[in-house]
Structures are given as C-alpha cells and as structure tokens.
Design a protein around this ligand. Structure first.
Ligand code: PMT
Length: 216
C-alpha cells in the first residue's frame, strides 16, 4: 500500500519573527511512517517544522503552514492517509512583511480559518472514481476523547479516528507514549492501554491494512 502520513505542527506567521503554533513534536506521525515502512509499505511523510530524522526508506516533504500541508497532501496519490498532524485551525488574516513593533501589535491580530485538510481530501475523494483510500484521523481532546471523536469521524467521513486525551499523563504532545482509542463511524470504540508511540503506530498500520483488505 501507499501510505501518506502528516506529522508535526503547522506555523502560521504573524510577521517574519512571530507565529501561532502548538506543541506537536511529530513523534506520533514519524512513528506511523516508520511502522508502515517496516511493514513493507511505500511511505511519504508530510512534516511540519519538527526536529526529527526522517525514518529510513521514507520519502519526506517539509511544509510550514496548514495551506502548504494541504497543497502537499493534494498533490500525492495514496491508498491510506494517516493524519497525525496538529494543524493550526486559524491563521492571522495577514502576515506583516516587516517585524511589527510592540505597540503596532495592540488589537491587530485578526484570525481567519485555515482549510480543514482531512475534510477537503475526503470531499474530493467522494467525488472521484475508483477505489476510495482509507482515511485515518486523529483527535486531540481534553477529557474523554471518544465522544468528540465519533462526531469527527462521521463529519469528516473517516474510516477510523485515533482519539487521544492530550491531558492524560504520558499521552499526547511530546511524549514517547500515548493512550488512545480507535473510534469507528458506527460508534464502536476500541480502547488501548498506555503504550509506546511505536506500538500505537503498529496497531494503526495493522488496522488500516486490514480495512483495505476487507474493501478489496
Ligand atoms: O507530535 P507529537 O508530539 O507526537 O503529538 C502527537 C499529537 C498529540 C499531535 C497527535 O497524537 C494528535 O492528536 N494529532 C491530532 C491533533 C489535532 O490537531 O487534532 P484535531 O482534533 O484538531 O484534528 C482532528 C483531525 O483533523 C486530525 O487528524 C488533524 O490532522 C486534522 N485536521 C485538523 C485541522 C485542520 N485544519 N485540518 C486537518 O486535517
């Protein structure tokens, strides 16, 4: 299978030296890319700004903003998209060409919505012909992640969502472990114990490959 994995944060610049972002390190996404490659798949990784080495045998496309990430994803063909990236939902309405002075910042920041990459891709695929790729989303939640994840799964028409409570110890941003639940569009939930991100990644790859085989 051809896997496309998004990873890391996006940066949305206010001026040349300031941006809006989040604490994603890319570890979860890089683990998925590594696991898919180890399982013998062809893998492309679309990475936001992170300080990680590209896993062996994986093709990598670096991007900065959500709009760049969308362009990169839309230019690829894949059998399975795993969207682990923490994409900024908002960006400044304009990016100043010069560093803003502090007093110029007062009341200046107006935000506009970024495109939703998964939703855009899902919509395009629905209109297309041929076999539909497997779409796997992530849901970063504060509190029980499962209920919001079911909504996201249905709204974005995904095959399953990997929900993680980013406030639970050892889970979410910047950790080497994660506590996740696989959430399916029919409301089924499979809760996994705290595991290494490498082990979670292997489970995701196995689940996605299994769903692909069922659809054949
Ligand atoms: O990178 P690490 O430090 O290892 O941390 C891992 C992680 C916490 C970032 C990861 O496990 C995770 O939860 N990623 C999703 C974070 C997130 O932004 O969730 P969300 O609920 O806002 O988005 C839901 C889904 O839609 C995600 O698959 C996201 O990639 C996608 N999305 C979101 C916004 C947007 N504009 N476009 C999108 O495609």
């Amino acid at each position: 299978m051809k896997f496309l994995v998004t990873a890391g944060p996006t940066r949305e610049f206010i001026d040349p030296v300031r941006f809006l972002s989040n604490p994603s390190t890319g570890r979860m996404g890089f683990a998925v890319a590594r696991a898919a490659r180890a399982a013998g798949h062809e893998v492309t990784l679309v990475a936001g700004p992170v300080a990680l080495r590209t896993p062996h045998g994986v093709r990598r496309i670096d991007v900065v903003s959500a709009r760049e990430m969308l362009t990169a994803v839309e230019s690829e063909n894949f059998d399975c998209l795993v969207a682990t990236a923490a994409v900024a939902d908002w960006r400044p309405a304009r990016c100043a060409s010069k560093k803003l002075k502090k007093n110029e910042m007062d009341g200046l920041l107006r935000l506009v919505r970024n495109p939703d990459i998964l939703k855009t891709v899902a919509l395009r695929l629905r209109r297309g012909h041929g076999r539909r790729p497997i779409l796997v989303g992530f849901a970063a939640e504060t509190g029980d992640p499962a209920s919001e994840a079911v909504r996201k799964c249905r709204e974005k028409r995904l095959d399953f969502v990997v929900a993680n409570d980013v406030t639970s110890a050892g889970s979410g941003f910047g950790t080497d472990t994660n506590r996740v639940a696989f959430v399916f569009p029919d409301g089924r939930i499979e809760r996994l114990p705290l595991m290494s991100k490498a082990a979670v990644a292997r489970r995701i790859v196995r689940m996605a490959s299994g769903l692909r085989n069922i659809s054949e």
